[in-house]
Design a protein around this ligand. Structure first.
Ligand code: NAD
Ligand code: UGA
Length: 333
């Protein structure tokens, strides 16, 4: 029987008093840190990239500079002392990691393992020792692998199809294994984000590239025939789910963060053409290993446990991303 829709509160989710956000120089982490600060949290932001040396990090961190309550720490979580960062935290939002499905086949795999698994072990151990009440960890829709196109449920058997996806599954399960110990006072919520988009999206990602192709006329390379479908999820919706996970009265859990609507790359190209009024030059190239045909979230757990549902549709979110791209002098790497 279909689940009855639960009421969605209009109020913003409550935010932890003192939060640690790892990956604050990144796309999602910078948005999350800002949203937490706006809700009155103190935010200890940790990233190994620093604004002085990395132009993308500088662009992401610029929104946080001067915000009351923000403390930026440049540190590599593979090696730094973690406990001092987590002292007195009410919640740790662990987003630092190496994202991206396609580059994970190559020699960068060591970095995926070190940052996504070994560094996470250090964070989880420190959180557990300090009895931090909640750790929210950024997992990924990629853990599901190839599906038949029906919505992926958290209870589905994971079949990661890329080295990246293997590290994300290991990362979430590692945290959950720690949290299941009877002596562990830290509860873990693993959020499986579905292809996130919006202003400051990573430049390797599809929507950034398609809008940029429309704006500057340089062709975007499509890996395959463009029929692959993604459950594109807007950044403010992802942030809202993440903040809710920081304080929700739930035990150790895995929760999809995606709305259940899928759109093909070809449909996104059409939308980009419509929104920009420009042609989108396209080159077709081979399908990439590990690139699954469809991602689609079953979002009922997020609705039930976090009282969350996405609010921003693809056209609205792409319009905001386009506005950001055209109104900012942004760096291209
Ligand atoms: P991003 O690359 O923009 O941000 C990640 C940040 O983590 C970077 O600033 C990087 O410097 C930092 N980092 C990596 N290793 C570190 C280390 N050892 N010590 C300190 N900092 C380190 O990526 P994003 O798109 O914002 O993704 C954030 C998280 O969400 C990642 O864990 C990613 O796997 C996950 N995720 C992202 C998406 C998406 O669509 N963007 C979807 C699913 C999951
Ligand atoms: C994204 C993130 O990059 C991953 O870090 C994250 O874990 C994953 O979402 C997730 O949902 O878990 P992906 O879905 O591959 O991964 O997102 P994009 O990089 O935006 O790619 C979307 C689709 O566009 C893929 O099929 C990709 O092959 C295609 N693409 C991307 C192209 O055809 N050309 C490009 O230049 C870029």
């Amino acid at each position: 029987m279909p689940e009855a829709p639960s009421p969605i509160p209009k109020a913003r989710p409550q935010a932890p008093r003192r939060a640690v956000v790892t990956g604050t120089a990144g796309f999602i982490g910078s948005h999350l840190a800002l949203a937490l600060l706006k809700r009155g949290s103190t935010v200890i932001g940790v990233d190994r990239r620093d604004a002085g040396a990395d132009p993308v990090a500088a662009e992401n961190l610029a929104v946080l500079r001067g915000q009351p309550g923000f403390v930026a720490i440049t540190a590599d979580l593979r090696t730094c002392a973690v406990e001092p960062l987590l002292l007195d935290a009410d919640a740790v939002f662990h987003l630092a990691g190496i994202p991206g499905v396609r580059p994970s086949w190559g020699p960068k795999f060591d970095d995926y393992v070190a940052c996504n698994i070994l560094a996470t072990q250090r964070i989880m151990e420190a959180a557990s020792r300090l009895r931090v009440p909640r750790l929210v960890v950024a997992s990924s829709s990629s853990v599901y692998g190839s599906t038949d196109g029906s919505p992926s449920k958290e209870s589905d058997h994971p079949r990661p199809a890329s080295p990246y996806a293997v590290t994300k599954l290991a990362e979430e399960q590692l945290c959950l294994a720690h949290a299941a110990r009877p002596d562990c006072a830290t509860s873990v919520v693993a959020l499986r984000y579905f292809t996130v988009f919006g202003p400051r999206q990573r430049q390797d990602m599809f929507i950034h590239r398609v809008l940029t192709a429309a704006l500057d006329g340089q062709a975007i390379r499509i890996f395959g025939d463009g029929s692959q479908r993604r459950d594109f999820t807007y950044i403010t919706d992802v942030v809202a789910a993440t903040i809710a996970a920081g304080t929700a009265s739930v035990g150790n859990s895995v929760i999809n963060v995606g709305g259940g609507n899928t759109t093909s790359l070809n449909e996104v190209i059409d939308l980009a053409r419509y929104l920009t009024g420009q042609p989108v030059p396209v080159e077709t190239t081979t399908t990439r290993n590990g690139d699954v045909p469809t991602t689609r979230a079953d979002s009922r757990t997020a609705r039930r446990l976090l009282r969350w549902r996405p609010r921003v549709d693809l056209a609205t979110g792409m319009t905001a991303q386009l506005d950001w791209l055209t109104s900012h002098q942004h760096v291209v790497v």
